[in-house]
Design a protein around this ligand. Structure first.
Ligand code: ZN
Length: 731
């Protein structure tokens, strides 16, 4: 599980349902603005502290991550791989300056050329044309005809007809914004690459039943439905270098085929680089870990990836921390299939010491959580908890903290690791813009305390949020149900073959984030906790208040991530924060107020007011009660009650005291775009490995990607091969 930064504002559809964007203001929801903030992910000091061998290890795992990250193109939308081919062929063929000169000569304005660079930056950062945070499509902020001029004036185009073929293939999809294309989703609700285009929710249910029957977890597969001789055939295709058919059988009147070979050529590059990295490992745990990952990517075996993860959790406190594979299932409409991510980061020793104190004190903090002690794990598995500065993070975005592995069986009995991504938090909060939806007085507090309060929240969220609680199985059925007045035993539990994700499916990610966020809110109030991070007295009071206020702020801003087109939430964390905001509102007694007002600019605005004198007397008890409920329903596999409760608290409607569907327009109109992070590259220079960093600008972002994959001819062949193998099941 990961926690994205609260600095979360991205593009979402307007709530009016229209076929195509007819006006400029409507299109504004689907473009990256001309003043798109771009910041550099600073890592130089941390990187320079590494030994030669640690640097080489970092380099090869980064290479593996970047190649693997391209898998996300294939996991996002049908057109993403070809858009990548188009822009990357153009960008690698000449310098940004030269492309600019030619574009201007062809009639583009400076602004139009910059809009092209911003589109490319967003595309590279999200690894596709849908936002990694919010799952909403974005299109270039220039017309198709203008883009065509740029394509035709580029050096890539001169004497090369194939670029025109790619352009003709993508030029409509790159700009189109039909209802279905506006967001990711299953069937009529949106676009997905986790299921072939002919699949709907009922197909996902049938496949889910089969996977459970076979005890297969979803992480590294996709589903392709075909009809053969009047019979429905479901292919469960696993990511792997090797091509094979693992099994073919009948189940509930359908044919099921489990195969391997998805993303073949990209995973081959991942394996080659991991094998190189093996030569520079710090110890045997790392060596064995990389071997298992390679085996998993070679054969599609999730068991190998689990074994790799087992070595990984045993490798405590390494200088260079990494993880790679099909990890987070936020973007699969069925909530099971993992998106590829890979990262390399360097330990920040000073900050890590604070987290270590938190780990040391975990055993005394866990009983402070509001559930009965039977609902907590038998023994706290002391995880590694470090603060890391990210060197490379490949995938659809960079989170602020991570708690992995996501495999229940390992988390429950063997352990997990927490990481807080320090340089991501500090760069995401670099802005000095006026915070929306709060008073001037609160804005001052937020500016001053948001970084330390977020560091605290991420620490508690990951370690004692995701890291807490127990799942019950049949052998636990004598446990007392805390909600039963008669003292009855629990009436539900997980069956063999069930896991949290397969039981909670569509609400699973968000519900778990909500649990972790509530744990952070609850525990930051416990005496002594802020002191671990070095804050006491008045400072501690400010940090607690800013933490709670930021949560509500994120809840209000998060409503942007609700898609009125499909009436679904598109971002797990945003939904979770919206739910928490509602719990605080329901606590009553004037603790929290959110109202529509007229803003400083005379336009409609929203105002959050939290009575900080009631944090302890009203806020905390309400969150504790809710958190207890979340945990008990999770422990007892009671997804039915959980869905009803969570659905009610997540509802976005146009009626009532707080008509969020209408207020969403205000939120969207006042959104501040999420920053794009420019990451560095490592390269070998005079037999020495060095770090290259880039300008925090659209041109710098494009340059960084250009130098990351300079040989487009070679990369193009790999992408085309993966696409050919993938077939035409997606559009
Ligand atoms: Zn989380």
């Amino acid at each position: 599980n990961n926690s994205p930064s609260h600095n979360s504002s991205s593009l979402q559809p307007s709530f009016r349902i229209v076929r195509m964007c007819s006006t400029a203001s409507e299109k504004a929801h689907f473009i990256l603005p001309d003043d798109q903030p771009i910041v550099r992910l600073e890592v130089e000091t941390a990187f320079n502290g590494l030994t030669t061998s640690e640097k080489l290890y970092s380099h090869y795992v980064s290479q593996a991550s970047w190649y693997g990250g391209l898998v996300v193109l294939f996991q996002t939308s049908p057109e993403s791989p070809d858009i990548f081919r188009l822009i990357h062929t153009i960008n690698t063929a000449e310098s940004v300056e030269s492309l600019k000169d030619k574009s201007l000569a062809a009639g583009l304005s400076e602004t139009e050329f910059t809009a092209y660079l911003i589109y490319c930056s967003g595309f590279y950062a999200n690894m596709g044309n849908y936002k990694g945070f919010g799952d909403c499509k974005f299109v270039p902020n220039i017309d198709q005809a203008v883009m065509e001029k740029l394509v035709k004036s580029s050096a890539a185009f001169a004497g090369n007809n194939s670029i025109l073929d790619i352009w003709n293939k993508v030029k409509d999809k790159m700009f189109s914004l039909s209802d279905k294309e506006r967001q990711l989703g299953l069937g009529e609700k949106g676009v997905t690459k986790y299921f072939s285009a002919n699949c709907e929710a009922k197909d996902s249910d049938v496949v889910n039943a089969y996977l459970k029957h076979k005890n297969i977890e979803g992480y590294n597969n996709r589903v392709i439905k075909t009809e053969e001789g009047g019979k429905t055939v479901y292919e469960i295709r696993k990511a792997a270098v090797q091509n094979s058919v693992l099994c073919e059988e009948e189940y509930k009147g359908c044919t099921f085929k489990v195969t391997t070979g998805d993303y073949q050529q990209l995973l081959q590059k991942v394996c080659e680089n991991l094998t190189e990295a093996e030569k520079h490992c710090a110890n045997d745990l790392e060596k064995n870990m990389l071997k298992q990952y390679c085996l998993s990517f070679q054969t599609g075996s999730l068991d190998n990836h689990k074994d790799g993860s087992r070595y990984w959790i045993k490798n405590k406190g390494p200088m260079v921390e990494t993880y790679i594979g099909f990890i987070e299932n936020y973007r699969d409409p069925a909530g099971m299939r993992g998106e590829f991510e890979g990262f390399v980061s360097v330990v920040n020793k000073k900050m890590s010491e604070k987290f270590q104190v938190l780990v040391d004190r975990a055993e005394e903090l866990l009983p402070q959580l509001p559930w009965p002690k039977e609902f907590e794990k038998d023994a706290f598995l002391r995880p590694d908890f470090t603060s890391l500065d990210v060197l490379s993070f490949a995938g659809s975005g960079v989170p602020a903290g991570i708690n992995i592995p996501n495999y229940d069986e390992i988390r429950q009995s063997e352990g997990f690791k927490n990481v807080s991504l320090g340089n991501v938090i500090s760069s995401s909060y670099g802005g000095t813009k006026r915070s929306t939806f709060v008073t001037l007085e609160d804005d001052v507090l937020i500016k001053k305390w948001k970084v330390p309060s977020f560091e605290l929240q991420v620490g508690l969220h990951e370690l004692l949020g995701h890291g807490s609680g127990k799942l019950f199985y049949k052998e636990d059925k004598a446990i007392k149900d805390p909600f039963s007045e008669k003292g009855d035993a629990i009436s539900s539990w997980y069956e063999a073959g069930d896991g949290y994700d397969s039981k909670f499916t569509t609400i699973g990610s968000s519900y778990e984030e909500c649990r972790a966020e509530c744990a952070g809110l609850h525990l930051c109030m416990v005496p002594g906790v802020t002191e671990i991070f070095g804050y006491s007295g008045e400072e501690a009071e400010h940090i607690k208040y800013v933490n709670w206020l930021s949560m509500v702020h994120a809840g209000v801003k998060g409503v942007e991530m609700f898609s009125p087109g499909s009436m679904e939430w598109k971002q797990a964390h945003s939904q979770a924060r919206f739910v928490i905001m509602n719990v605080m509102l329901e606590a009553g007694e004037g603790f929290l107020k959110i109202e529509k007002v007229t803003g400083e600019d005379g336009k409609p605005d929203l105002l959050i007011s939290m009575d900080r004198s009631k944090l302890e007397s009203v806020g905390q008890p309400a969150i504790a009660k809710f958190l207890n409920k979340l945990q008990v329903l999770k422990s007892t596999a009671d997804d039915k009650t959980a869905r009803a409760m969570y659905g009610e608290l997540s509802a976005v409607t146009g009626a009532g005291e707080r008509p969020w569907l209408a207020w969403r327009e205000i939120v969207v109109a006042r959104k501040q775009p999420r920053s794009i992070l420019v990451q560095g590259n490592t390269r070998v220079e005079n037999e020495k490995l060095e770090l290259v960093q880039y300008d925090p600008s659209p041109a710098g972002m494009v340059q960084s990607w250009k130098e990351r994959f300079p040989d487009m001819a070679c990369l193009d062949k790999i992408i085309v091969d993966v696409a050919e193998k993938e077939g035409n099941h997606w559009a």
